[in-house]
Ligand binder design. Structure first.
Ligand code: HEC
Length: 325
């Protein structure tokens, strides 16, 4: 391909056995085993194992002795099949390794403040050395996933001829800030003659980058929510003359403390809000309604849950209409 490589690390596959190739990347780990030196070399595509045998390449072995984690190196050698007992089924390149003939240190690294594969590193340290943190597999996966998701959103929004503005928030943050952000942005765009905009929230279920398991959700529609509420009607009532049925009245439920409707015989679990003194915020309802029993073990609400996030959003928008401000 160029001076640095014929292939990326993650591309060195079984089909290449017998070829002499050059690769470059960061050193993950270096291990010495009875004269042989093993190096995990990685780039943005994956990892490949280098083997340096002093009997095959003495100069390369000398260079390899100096190599530490996060050095950038360039290697040239022959792709060979690994011995059956050395095959690593967990990595795509796990059936092969490169028997190195030439090895060159491109850039050295200072001793590291933490090992990249150590999961127990505290947040402040990782944030301070963000450039190292970002090299970890997990961060790489998350970044790539978020890029794909955002690209998909932009494409569909462009198809609708809307100008994309993408908001990143965690669930609580999003719900707190979205209306105000929306206003600010809208006015800025109106003044800026850009016209209609949309505010799109990506609800990241885990941490800021923890997109895995996230839902891309739109604002709830109370009309749709009224339809969804038919599933609750057998047990719950809302509206001016609502009465307790099998379940408590759901007027003013958004923002109300759990288990506080007078005269309703709650289970212990619901009464104490699962022992946590729970308040039914939109966020909490969103999670609870997905699977009530899992969220609140011991509840006597016999309802399997609403799997579709949009149904839950719509339903909550509907319930909000029955909530006094
Ligand atoms: C089969 C009857 C039944 C259905 C269907 C049902 N619920 Fe319930 N719900 C209950 C009962 C009973 C309770 C009280 C639970 C307890 O005390 O453990 C309850 C409790 C609740 C609570 C807690 C109220 C409070 O005051 O703390 C909410 C919120 C709720 N249900 C919402 C819903 C929504 C929304 C739906 C429709 C998607 C629904 N439920 C469907 C029976 C039902």
């Amino acid at each position: 391909m160029n001076r640095w490589r014929d292939l990326y690390c993650g591309e060195v596959s079984r089909e290449r056995v017998g070829e002499t190739l050059s690769v470059s990347g960061w050193v993950g780990r270096r291990r010495d085993h009875g004269g042989l030196i093993f190096i995990d070399l990685r780039d943005h595509t994956g990892i490949v194992q280098l083997v340096i045998n002093p009997e095959r390449a003495l100069e390369a072995a000398k260079v390899a002795h100096d190599i530490r984690s996060e050095f950038v190196v360039h290697a040239r050698g022959e792709v060979v099949r690994r011995a059956p007992e050395a095959v690593n089924p967990n990595v795509p390149t796990g059936e092969v390794e490169i028997q190195v003939d030439e090895l060159e240190i491109v850039a050295r690294s200072e001793p590291l403040p933490f090992q990249l594969d150590d999961e127990g590193v505290e947040e402040p340290v990782r944030l301070r050395y963000r450039y190292l943190d970002l090299r970890r597999d997990r961060m790489q996966r998350n970044l790539r996933l978020s890029a794909t998701v955002i690209a998909a959103i932009r494409r569909s929004m462009e198809a609708l001829m809307l100008l994309p503005t993408v908001a990143w928030e965690r669930p609580a943050g999003l719900l707190d800030f979205a209306p105000r952000l929306g206003e600010l942005w809208s006015s800025a765009f109106m003044i800026g003659r850009i016209g209609h905009t949309f505010l799109f929230g990506i609800i990241a279920a885990t941490a800021a980058f923890g997109i895995a398991g996230s839902a891309v959700a739109q604002e709830g529609d109370p009309k749709e929510g009224a339809e969804v509420f038919k599933k609750c009607r057998a047990c719950h009532d809302v509206g001016p003359d609502a009465k307790n049925k099998v379940g408590p009245v759901l007027n003013d439920i958004v923002g109300r403390k759990a288990g506080t409707i007078e005269g309703f015989a709650y289970s212990e679990a619901n009464k104490t809000g699962g022992g946590k003194g729970l308040t039914w915020t939109e966020d909490v309802l969103f999670k609870y309604l997905e699977n009530p029993l899992a969220f609140m073990p011991g509840t006597k609400m016999a309802f399997a849950g609403l799997k579709d996030p949009q149904d839950r959003k719509d339903l909550i928008a509907f319930l909000k209409q029955h909530t006094k401000k």
